[in-house]
Design a protein around this ligand. Structure first.
Ligand SMILES: Cc1cc2nc3c(=O)[nH]c(=O)nc-3n(C[C@H](O)[C@H](O)[C@H](O)COP(=O)(O)OP(=O)(O)OC[C@H]3O[C@@H](n4cnc5c(N)ncnc54)[C@H](O)[C@@H]3O)c2cc1C
Length: 418
């Protein structure tokens, strides 16, 4: 992005202070705009707080796939499986689920993976710009991740995912069993296969990195207010943004409200199939010896991530909307699996968390100007890779606001594609 301030500075309200909102605010600020970020929760306190923290530059494989759909009944029956549904939410989720099934044809799978890859290929460079500018290199570890498999069967079952990643041009290395413990001496023995994704990086604390970026925004005169947006309406050539505490007038509005962004779409009369895949983590103490990088136990979809304040154990998806209370039983049941990976793990729970991935059925983000509402831009729908895509989505949003050529085909991410 050019460092030259835009010749036409505007007042801009960004709704949401997650990674997408804060990254958007920073890139917009570079263009000389006067930017205000609104969020009732604080900075980086929602999905951008509790995720697994991987900058997952090769994670292009969509959720909607025939092999996954075939396994759904089995996954739902298994109390430690990677998928659960809160049945009372099912009627509201039905249109999203139907679209998910529609997206499981081979053609759509490839198109969705390619659409994500187009953004993923630029994700690290956009991060690096913000990391350098906010002097945050100490918050990132750049040594890849390992996916582990205990059996030939589970390794072979994930062959199609690897083929898709390779078809999209992503690099992965398959390690023979004996090399696995050379890379990670803390691991248990007995893993038969591992996939090494060298180009992934890990954020030591995703919420704190979002806050570090926000500190840069603040130091350059950006305004943050703890306000919840309740309405959006046209006010001449500007937009009136109503909140629980008052109102703001803005030339441009960016809706980066994560899984809540569909409320913004509703205010503008747009049908948006954005829902949430709820996710959980528990924090346990850092084992000694520690893991050097995140490991995914492919057989059970358990992800162990060494972080600044301990080991984060994350897993799976719960379909249950934004309102139902958390149910920590499943994530707590995963901790013994983590012990299978790391025999020295202390299973004492330090904290437990639940958050809301902003998820679309085609797993493509939502990015672009809102049709019929000139001057309102959506930047959301990052699903499982929203932490990774935050900076590149923010950068493209700033380009859109400036009317600059961003070099991307944004058709796959249209906010009104449903
Ligand atoms: C368990 C788990 C593990 C994950 N692991 C990874 C990973 O390893 N790598 C990766 O890339 N991604 C991962 N993700 C996904 C990632 O966390 C999300 O996609 C990403 O954080 C979304 O960022 P966001 O800024 O869009 O939303 P959020 O971080 O949720 O922020 C949205 C903000 O909008 C605010 N808001 C909502 N409504 C309003 C309103 N009306 N007015 C004002 N503000 C409002 C909210 O308060 C919130 O702070 C994971 C997610 C989970 C749950």
């Amino acid at each position: 992005m050019s460092e030259t301030p835009s010749t036409d500075p505007k007042s801009i309200v960004v709704i949401g202070a997650g990674i997408v909102g804060i990254a958007s605010a920073l890139f917009l600020q570079r263009d000389g705009h006067k930017v205000t970020v609104l969020d009732p929760r604080g900075i980086g306190e929602a999905a951008s707080f509790g995720n697994a923290g991987t900058i997952a530059t090769t994670s292009c494989v969509p959720t909607a796939r025939p092999d996954i759909l075939k396994r759904v009944p089995k996954m739902l029956m298994d109390p430690t499986g990677p998928l659960s549904i809160r049945w009372s939410y099912l009627p509201r989720l039905a249109p999203w689920l139907i679209d998910l099934v529609r997206n499981s044809t081979p053609e759509r799978i490839l198109a969705n993976a390619q659409a994500k890859t187009a953004l993923l290929n630029h994700a690290m460079a956009a991060y690096n710009e913000l990391i350098a500018e906010s002097d945050a290199e100490d918050m990132v570890v750049r040594n890849g991740i390992l996916q582990l498999y205990e059996t030939d069967a589970s390794f072979n079952a994930s062959a199609r995912e690897r083929a898709l990643m390779q078809a999209c041009g992503h690099k992965l290395d398959i390690l023979p069993g004996q090399e696995i413990r050379q890379m990670e001496p803390a691991l248990a023995t007995g893993f038969k296969h591992a996939v090494y994704l060298e180009n992934h990086a890990t954020i030591k604390h995703p919420g704190d990195l979002t806050k570090r970026f926000a500190a840069l925004f603040d130091s350059k005169g950006g305004v943050f207010a703890r306000e919840q947006v309740t309405g959006l309406s046209k006010n001449g050539s500007a937009w009136a943004v109503s909140t629980d505490k008052g109102s703001h007038v803005a030339d441009r509005v960016v809706v980066a409200a994560g899984a809540w962004s569909r409320e913004g779409a509703r205010m503008l009369g747009i049908r948006m199939l954005l829902d949430t895949e709820r996710g959980y983590h528990v924090m346990v103490p850092q084992p000694d010896p520690a893991l050097k990088r995140p490991v995914l136990l492919g057989d059970h979809s358990v992800f162990l991530v060494p972080m600044a304040h301990g080991m984060r154990v994350t897993s799976g998806v719960e379909l249950g909307g934004l309102e139902l209370p958390p149910d920590y039983r499943r994530i707590r049941a995963m901790v013994p699996f983590a012990k299978r990976v790391l025999p020295h793990l202390d299973e004492t729970e330090m904290s437990a968390w639940m958050g809301f991935r902003p998820s679309t059925p085609d797993t493509r983000p939502i990015l672009g100007e809102s049709p019929g509402a000139e001057g309102v831009f959506f930047a959301t729908g990052g699903s499982h890779i929203g932490m990774t895509l935050g900076p590149i989505m923010g950068k493209i949003t700033a380009d859109l606001v400036a009317g600059r050529d961003h070099g991307f085909d944004l058709e796959p991410y249209r906010p009104d594609r449903w």
